[in-house]
Design a protein around this ligand. Structure first.
Ligand SMILES: *Cc1c(COP(=O)(O)O)cnc(C)c1O
Length: 217
């Protein structure tokens, strides 16, 4: 996997050190996450609160950086803030409100998820909500604005490269508000090369590393 990332970085003139590899461990048991940790993995991604909460509790001695990458219910937000050091799926004002009242030792790294499709059911904020959400996050003491996040549309809807080019534009808009919010969380097993070419800084890769996922429970 790392070799593929290094190749993709080289092809687009980027330094591999500019990218953080988050290993997505959803649906896998905590034992698999422990195994990854033993191999040196520090950044892990989960998309369901209950599952993530249980794994983080079981593995709390491992000093892992838990990235929450799935849709987050407002009423679960404060709980997720207890273990997640990064939340990639911030997409509405009520979620920011809830997180603004979380009890955190350090601000949580906040990514605004932008919907790259026209289907509101996919998760992510509409592009026009980007600036208001950014301002709202900057007004909290519990969140540190890091950047944008997106999931590519299905390949038959739109090529990932085109969609990620739009995401790069949203990232630029965000940096106009906060020059430090430079992160772009994009790229999964099948589109990480396109994401790197478009400037991704945080890759969320599951099956290419963990193999096939078990069925969700
Ligand atoms: C599952 C998931 C990933 C990883 O997907 P793979 O195709 O297994 O690499 C990345 N991002 C999100 C939001 C996910 O839910």
């Amino acid at each position: 996997m790392r070799a593929g990332i290094v190749d993709a970085c080289r092809a687009s003139g980027r330094a591999p050190e500019e990218t953080t590899l988050i290993v997505v461990t959803k649906f896998h048991p905590a034992s698999l996450v422990a195994g990854l940790s033993a191999l040196g993995v520090r950044d892990v991604g989960e998309n369901r609160h209950q599952e993530a909460q249980a794994k983080a509790a079981e593995l709390q001695d491992l000093d892992l950086h838990w990235h929450f990458i799935g849709q987050l219910q407002t009423k679960k937000a404060r709980q997720a803030a207890q273990y997640a050091r990064s939340i990639h799926s911030i997409d509405r004002d009520r979620l920011v409100d809830a997180l603004s009242t979380a009890e955190v030792a350090e601000p949580i790294d906040a990514f605004i998820q932008v919907n790259l499709t026209n289907d509101p059911g996919r998760g992510g904020a509409a592009p026009e909500a980007l600036e208001p959400l950014a301002e709202q996050i900057l007004g909290t003491s519990t969140l540190r604005l890091r950047g944008v996040m997106a999931v590519a549309p299905l390949p038959e809807e739109e090529a990932a490269a085109r969609a990620f080019a739009r995401l790069a534009g949203y990232s630029e808009r965000l940096r106009a508000i906060d020059p430090e919010a430079t992160a772009i969380s994009a790229g999964m097993t099948h589109d990480y090369a396109e994401a790197i070419a478009a400037g991704a800084t945080h890759l969320r890769i599951g099956s290419a590393i963990t193999g096939k996922r078990p069925e969700p429970r």
